[in-house]
Ligand binder design. Sequence first.
Ligand SMILES: [Zn+2]
Length: 247
Amino acid sequence: MTAAPAVVGEPALVPGELRGYRQFHLLGDGLYPLVHRASGPWDGRQEEARCASGGDHSCPAADCRCGLYACYRPGSATVALGGANAVIAARGRCILGDRGFRAASARIEAVALPGSVRWRPGAASRIRRLLAERYPDTRVYGSTRRMLREHPPQDVRGLGIMPARDPSRGYRSAAAALWAGFVVAGYSLALLPRGTVAHAGARWWPLVVLVVVVWQAALIWLLGRLMAEQTPDHHGTAQAADPSAGS
Ligand SMILES: [Zn+2]
């Protein structure tokens, strides 16, 4: 792997593969990049970057935005709903950013089934068959959590990079738990005798209002933090890991 920082200088030569996290669109014939979907599904064994801007150069180029992108940490790279979370292993020329990189070549090490098919056994087994056929070397998981446990982030400090902590997945879990807790509490009230609820409401309404306000504030704060983590500039320069940049 060759690492070329955005600043001018000789690329550093580092042996090995660089692990990254990202999402794909899982369609009927393979795993497509979220942007530049027209470029088709990733190769089943080794995907090679092509310049989507039509540039006549080797990808990734420092003065272009091409290359196969991924983040060093799963956090914000794996929280959007709908996509298939994946772990990739990059090699060849890489341009390193603060949160992620763009690479010349990569393979898909592992992929997790998207939530939309996870609970539909028929669809899940059909997709597992497709993935086994198209991506024979890729491990397929039923849950992102398990995939991340078995494919943890690499320590990239040896490359001179200190990726910032990215608690996006924790924020999302906390927001979901808060929402679910409130919905369950609301339905529980409906099961109580009306007289009891009316009596308790008349007596405790200031507390009820306070709880609702705190709940709303906590939910808004969590969603705000989550959205801030998705902003490319949140941790400083991150063009190298901007999903809109590469494929
Ligand atoms: Zn290019």
